[in-house]
Design a protein around this ligand. Sequence first.
Ligand code: HEC
Ligand code: HEC
Length: 374
Amino acid sequence: MKKWALIFLLSFSCIYIISCNGDDDMDDDDMMMTNDTTYTQTPYEFDIPEGFPQPVIPTDNPVTQEGVQLGRMLFYDPILSGDSTMSCATCHRQENAFATNNIVEFGIDGIAGTRNSMPLFNLAYGLNPLFTWDGARNTLEEQATEPIANPIELHQSLEEAVARLEAHEDYPLLFRKAFNADPSEEYIAKAMSQFMRTMVSANSKYDKAITNGSGVFFDEQEIKGRDLFFLETGMNGEVECIHCHGGRLFTEFTFKNNGLDDVTDISQFTDPGLGGVTGLDQDYGLFKVPSLRNIALTAPYMHDGRFATLEEVIDHYSEGIHYSPTISTELGSVHTTGENINLTPEQKADILKFLHTLTDTTFINDPQFSNPFE
Ligand code: HEC
Ligand code: HEC
């Protein structure tokens, strides 16, 4: 009889605990359940700028307030680097639209990388965009944890990074609140990707000037620069910037060879770019077409930082294009007749002035994206 009574009592108390879970007036016994508390996440509402496309959010990583908050902390926290000296923000600085002004970057061991840091904004856009200069990463999530283990970047194994987060006084609860899970590689990647997807830059002079009623207008030189940038002028060849850097995001999310290297055989490219990832001949020497938003903030330029200034970049497109087997057909007359477009000094100055209208000072000062530890 006693045994039956005990079983009855036990099962009753189980039901009681389950039904109590989540109630406000938890007694001491129920407090032991806190580890299993299921947290509800608050969806992050994207404020889609006028004229922008819809952001593309993967269904298995919806953006939530809690995820963004955690991702922002991880992005700025040197806990993810082997010697606790560097974070993502070391090479992705808000004042530089989340790039830097270095030619290439050095990791915690002082070893130089071979590529220029990339700015981070408007990363939620583009259908199936690839990430990094050579498109080696298929998703933002894939790229978000790669720098942690990379020996020339943060140089800390993912296991070690996870262990340090687990032992931290705040992070375990923040992961629970964001994902109802313990720290893991998957959720580090998801949280940082959520944060990066909220980094929208859409408030440059250009945006204001094309948005009705803003009261901000282009000056005469900016208008001439804009027309050169967007129109196929037909004069003295065509500028054709728009073919690769078109749309509100100033990139078509494609990979192109914009004539940087003078090579006769694809094996001669110093950096094979997309070809190194796909192995296809036609992809050698192709690099991700970067957005030109905030371009005045991210010198030097190109995947290897070879041009120190925007003037040098414009000179390149005007008279410095090199032939190579994979050169893009979008380079207009240079591609078809081998003739440079030779812009006049005035046209160059106009394009430069226009490029400066793409700087978004609201974005680089937005407290939502700043270091949460300062
Ligand atoms: C040592 C400097 C360095 C550190 C630290 C670093 N990055 Fe980067 N990041 C780069 C460089 C350089 C590239 C371009 C890489 C390439 O093309 O191979 C890049 C590219 C990226 C891209 C691709 C952007 C695009 O438009 O394709 C993302 C996203 C990114 N980093 C996020 C992060 C995150 C998140 C962290 C922290 C976990 C981080 N980075 C840490 C230097 C760094
Ligand atoms: C054929 C496509 C194409 C055309 C046309 C084109 N670009 Fe580019 N642009 C690229 C690619 C690809 C890169 C990156 C190349 C690299 O780093 O290897 C780039 C890079 C740049 C950069 C440096 C970006 C950075 O973050 O380092 C600037 C600035 C730029 N282009 C401006 C222009 C201007 C201005 C025009 C018109 C005169 C123009 N582009 C025409 C494809 C193009």
